[in-house]
Design a protein around this ligand. Structure first.
Ligand SMILES: [Zn+2]
Ligand SMILES: [Zn+2]
Ligand SMILES: [Zn+2]
Length: 134
């Protein structure tokens, strides 16, 4: 269970609503999808800032999409205000653009002595999802 308090965020109605949307989502959400799930009067800037604070506190992480925009998904790993602790790939369907975390697919260790430290690893696997193939 994710709670705002555990991630150092004060509980507000909007934050609770947004977190709830992420907990119910089966795939990563972009800004448009989020806006369609939120009340119509939701302010763009408020949404953007809240997403930033969620990301900074380890509640959600962002995934770049093919157009350079961001999608957001709940962190299933023990991420907190000190940072994110995951390196997993993401799948994006080329037909319906649905993206989800490939948490069950462990990335092999990267043994390359030219690299001293990895900050981010955004591996995106693209293809066709089962629904689009049916
Ligand atoms: Zn995370
Ligand atoms: Zn698809
Ligand atoms: Zn992910």
């Amino acid at each position: 269970m994710h709670t705002l308090k555990k991630h150092g965020l004060r509980e507000t109605t909007f934050r609770k609503l947004l977190l709830n949307n992420f907990e119910q989502a089966k795939h990563a959400l972009n800004l448009e999808e989020l806006r369609s799930k939120l009340p119509e009067d939701t302010d763009r800037i408020t949404l953007y800032r809240t997403l930033q604070s969620f990301e900074q506190s380890g509640l959600i992480h962002s995934i770049p999409d093919t157009e350079g925009n961001k999608k957001y998904a709940l962190c299933l790993d023990p991420c907190d205000t000190h940072g994110h602790n995951h390196s997993h790939a993401h799948f994006t369907c080329q037909k319906c653009q649905t993206t989800w975390c490939l948490d069950h697919w462990a990335l092999p260790p990267l043994n390359d002595n030219r690299i001293s430290a990895i900050a981010t690893a955004d591996l995106i696997v693209t293809g066709t999802c089962a629904q689009c193939a049916a």
